[in-house]
Design a protein around this ligand. Structure first.
Ligand SMILES: Nc1ncnc2c1ncn2[C@@H]1O[C@H](COP(=O)(O)OP(=O)(O)OP(=O)(O)O)[C@@H](O)[C@H]1O
Ligand SMILES: [Mg+2]
Length: 275
C-alpha cells in the first residue's frame, strides 16, 4: 500500500465508521437499541475500529517512513561516494595518466626503453594508476549496508569490469544469497576483487572466470584465468600485498586459500568446509 493511500484510510475510516453506524442504527436498530445505549455504543465502536484497523495502518505508515529514511541515507552516501570517485578520477587518475605520457616521452628522448630501472618505475606507475581505477570502482559500492544484496553487487561489479577494464568475465555464481553471512560476503568480495585485479595487472589476458558453487558442507569460490600464470618465482616473492591479504582474510574467516595451476589455468581458490 502506498503512503498516500494509508494516510487517506487513516483520515476517513473513523468518519465512515460513525456514518455507517449511525445509518444502520437509525434505519434498522432503533427498535432494539435505545437512544442512550446507542449513543454510548458509538464511541466504543469507533475506539474498537481504531484499535483494530488504524493501529495496523499506523505501523504500515511507520514502516514506509523508515524505508524512505533508509533509502535517503543510502542515496546520500552513494552521492558522496560518487563525488569522491569523480574527484579521484578527475584529479589523481588524470594526473597519473599525464605523468605516464610524460615518462614515456622522457624515456624515448633519453633512450631508456630497455633500461630495467626505468621499466620498473613505469610498471610501478602503471600499478598505481590501476589501483586508483580500482579505488574508483570500489567507491561505487556500499559494502556494509544492511540491505547488501550479494548477487546484485557481484553482477554490478562484473558490469564495471566489462565496461571499465574491458574484461571478458564469465560469471557462474551458485552460492545462495543466504548461505553467506554479511561479514563473509564483505570479506569474500574483497578477496575476489583482489584476485581479479591481479589478473588484470599481471596475467596478460582479458578473460577471467568467477565460479562459485555450494558443496555438501560448505562452498568453493574460484577466480580463474588462462594468462601467463605464476611463471617467474622471483616475481612471486616480490613485495606485493594483495595475495598476503587474501591469505590473512581467509585465515581469519577459517577458509582454505590455495593457488592452483591446472593445464593452462591459474586458479585462486577459497573454500569453506564446515567441520
Ligand atoms: N593471476 C595471476 N597471473 C599471474 N601472476 C599473478 C597472478 N596473480 C598474482 N600474480 C603474481 O603474484 C605476485 C603477487 O601478487 P600480489 O597481489 O600479492 O601483489 P601485487 O599485485 O604485485 O601488488 P599489490 O596487490 O600489493 O598491489 C604478483 O606480483 C604477480 O607476479
Ligand atoms: Mg595484487
Amino acid at each position: 500500500m502506498k503512503y498516500k493511500q494509508v494516510k487517506w484510510l487513516i483520515l476517513t475510516i473513523p468518519t465512515i465508521t460513525i456514518a455507517l453506524w449511525e445509518y444502520i442504527r437509525h434505519e434498522f436498530l432503533l427498535d432494539y437499541i435505545s437512544m442512550d445505549i446507542g449513543n454510548l455504543l458509538s464511541p466504543i465502536l469507533v475506539f474498537i475500529v481504531t484499535l483494530v484497523f488504524l493501529r495496523h495502518l499506523f505501523s504500515i505508515l511507520e514502516n514506509i517512513q523508515e524505508e524512505l529514511r533508509k533509502a535517503k541515507t543510502k542515496k546520500a552516501a552513494l552521492i558522496e561516494r560518487e563525488k569522491l570517485a569523480r574527484e579521484l578520477h578527475d584529479g589523481i587518475a588524470q594526473s597519473l595518466f599525464l605523468l605516464s605520457v610524460k615518462m614515456n616521452k622522457f624515456g624515448r628522448k633519453n633512450h631508456l626503453e630497455h633500461d630495467p630501472d626505468f621499466e620498473k618505475i613505469k610498471q610501478t606507475l602503471q600499478h598505481v594508476h590501476e589501483d586508483t581505477r580500482q579505488a574508483i570502482t570500489d567507491l561505487k559500492y556500499l559494502p556494509n549496508e544492511d540491505s547488501f544484496s550479494w548477487t546484485e553487487t557481484i553482477q554490478h561489479y562484473v558490469e564495471e569490469l566489462k565496461n571499465q577494464h574491458l574484461m571478458d568475465v564469465h560469471l557462474k555464481w551458485e552460492i545462495g544469497e543466504s548461505t553467506l553471512s554479511s561479514k563473509e560476503k564483505v570479506e569474500l568480495f574483497a578477496c575476489i576483487k583482489e584476485a581479479i585485479f591481479n589478473v588484470i595487472k599481471h596475467a596478460k589476458t582479458n578473460q577471467v572466470w568467477i565460479h562459485a558453487i555450494e558443496i555438501d558442507n560448505g562452498w568453493i569460490c574460484q577466480v580463474k584465468d588462462r594468462g601467463i600464470g605464476f611463471t617467474n618465482k622471483e616475481h612471486q616473492s616480490k613485495k606485493g600485498y594483495g595475495l598476503q591479504i587474501i591469505k590473512d582474510r581467509s585465515r581469519d574467516m577459517d577458509w582454505e586459500f590455495s593457488i592452483k595451476k591446472l593445464d593452462n589455468e591459474t586458479i585462486i581458490e577459497i573454500r569453506k568446509e564446515r567441520k
